[in-house]
Write a protein that binds this ligand. Structure first.
Ligand code: PGA
Length: 249
């Protein structure tokens, strides 16, 4: 039985004051949950995040990571820097990074490798656009995004890693994939990995992301191959995020 993981993605939201309130509410409200919980916060807030979450079961994650170790890469943040702040997770290839910052699948794969090298847990985000879904090529697109990472790190790279299926058309739109649509893609991802290593495929957590809310979380989590969620908008409201965590436990 795979443990569920609920990861919040705050994106470029927050302030010291706002974070303080939200993180404190998360710590005091979480209670006993069988799910793993993490929040991916903007990098300037790692110190605050760690200090408010100290002693709680909630982990801290990054929303991005550089594919380079160090050097003249203005504005980039390396895996070893994230490690110094005791960050556990790094989102890799979020669709906003792929679309707005033109990250290619090859670059995403290198970022994944950089996270692994530093013993961070990469959360590899994959997902199709509406046009791709309507053209009937969803599973092909996802398989290609996964393959780019397999080419870089091999199947062993997926051990102790996380995949998040996030249909681009469902992110921030209020449109969620139906539980059945999510399950079909999650299963296809597991089948792809299973062909290379069944143990890794059975163990890997595959999260769903895209307008997960307190009122739809339980139905999505009930699917056999859905192992939690990557939560954007609803992660900005502590009560909503806590309800989603409860739905997973
Ligand atoms: P959303 O974002 O929950 O606001 O749709 C999910 C994500 O982008 O990770």
């Amino acid at each position: 039985m795979r443990q569920k993981l609920i990861a919040g993605n705050w994106k470029m939201h927050g302030s010291l004051a706002e974070n303080q309130t939200r993180l404190t509410q998360l710590v005091s409200g979480l209670g006993d949950t069988s799910a793993q919980v993490a929040v991916c916060v903007p990098a300037p807030y790692f110190t605050q995040c760690k200090s408010v979450l100290a002693g709680s079961a909630i982990q801290c994650g990054s929303q991005n990571i550089s594919e380079y170790e160090q050097g003249a890469y203005t504005g980039e943040i390396s895996a070893s820097m994230l490690k110094e702040f005791d960050v556990q997770y790094a989102l890799v290839g979020h669709s906003e990074r792929r679309e707005l910052f033109a990250e290619s699948s090859e670059q995403v794969a290198k970022k994944f490798a950089a996270a692994k090298q530093a013993r961070l847990i990469p959360v590899l985000c994959v997902g199709e656009t509406l046009e791709q879904r309507e053209a009937g090529i969803t599973e092909q697109v996802i398989a290609g995004q996964i393959s780019a990472v397999l080419d870089q790190v091999g199947i062993q790279g997926f051990a102790d890693s996380v995949v998040a299926y996030e249909p681009v058309w469902a992110i921030g739109t209020g449109k969620t994939a139906s539980p059945e649509q999510a399950q079909a893609v999650h299963k296809a991802i597991r089948v792809q990995l299973n062909a290379l290593n069944s143990e890794i495929a059975q163990k890997i957590q595959i999260l769903y992301g895209g307008s997960v809310k307190p009122n739809n979380a339980a139905a999505i989590f009930a699917q056999a191959d859905v192992d939690g969620a990557l939560v954007g908008g609803a992660a900005l409201n502590a009560q909503d995020f806590l309800q989603i965590c409860n739905a997973a436990s």
